[in-house]
Design a protein around this ligand. Structure first.
Ligand code: ATP
Length: 235
């Protein structure tokens, strides 16, 4: 029931060479939702994001985004479809300044934020606008990586472990940012190892094991799933 999901993934398989990494992943993300993929190292969370974006060539299944067939879309067109990926390694340009990093990606959709809007959301980036990427802290780099995507106007973000390696106070800032983006209607699919962070920002969870989604539930049912989470994650 209800509106069609913004992103719908059905029976997604993916391979690294001969190595079969995803075994039929099913995921739905509705407009405005924040959904978190949880699971131990190596179960295929990053691979799921990469396969959705078309960064993994050898893939089968169905991926529909906002009425478009992502299986038929080359990688360089996915941003134009309205979906943006922030990889774990962040992908900003180390030798370029914050300003230059923000102005490099093309604005692909109407909702692309101006630099001033971005600086309203990220006051610390404004202070650092003339600093090179390499001079930024890990938290500032993560903020810049997300900000670049907001500049393009995508309506959905795929975020791979945005809190990785960041101090607790910065993790809190990222959490507040995600709540602000949610209030503005952004849709997010998040991979996270930090369960406490994930449980603050997510509306729903999917649990992954061995290249498959084994369970899915809304945040309101978290307490009923604690045994399962303990088994799958050790939390
Ligand atoms: P992590 O949190 O460690 O990134 P993950 O759940 O995101 O874990 P993936 O990185 O998606 O897991 O890895 C899924 C499987 O694919 C693992 O067995 C991993 O060893 C394998 N794999 C990942 N990247 C490659 C690659 N470039 N080439 C070959 N195998 C890979």
């Amino acid at each position: 029931a209800g509106a069609a999901p913004l992103l719908s993934v059905r029976g997604l398989n993916a391979w690294y060479g001969e190595s079969h990494a995803l075994h039929g992943v099913d995921i739905d993300v509705h407009r405005g939702e924040t959904v978190t993929l949880l699971g131990r190292n190596g179960v295929g969370k990053t691979t799921t994001l990469r396969a959705i974006m078309g960064l993994i060539r050898k893939r089968t299944g169905e991926i529909a985004f906002d009425g478009q067939d992502l299986m038929r879309l080359p990688l360089h067109r996915t941003a134009y479809a309205g979906i943006g990926f922030v990889p774990e390694e962040r992908g900003i340009f180390a030798s370029l300044t914050v300003d230059e990093n923000l102005n490099l990606p093309p604005v692909v959709a109407k909702g692309g934020m101006s630099t001033e809007e971005i600086f309203g959301l990220f006051p610390n980036l404004k202070e650092r606008r003339n600093s090179q990427g390499i001079k930024l802290s890990g938290g500032e780099q993560q903020m810049l990586a997300i900000a670049r995507m907001l500049r393009t106007g995508v309506t959905m973000l795929l975020l791979d472990e945005p809190t990785e390696g960041l101090a607790p106070v910065i993790v809190q800032h990222i959490g507040e940012l995600l709540m602000t983006l949610k209030a503005r209607g952004m849709t997010v699919l998040l991979v996270e190892q930090n369960f406490r962070f994930a449980s603050r920002v997510a509306d729903r969870f999917y649990l992954m094991e061995h290249g498959k989604v084994v369970s899915g539930f809304p945040v309101g049912e978290l307490s009923a799933h604690m045994d399962e989470l303990h088994d799958v994650l050790g939390v």
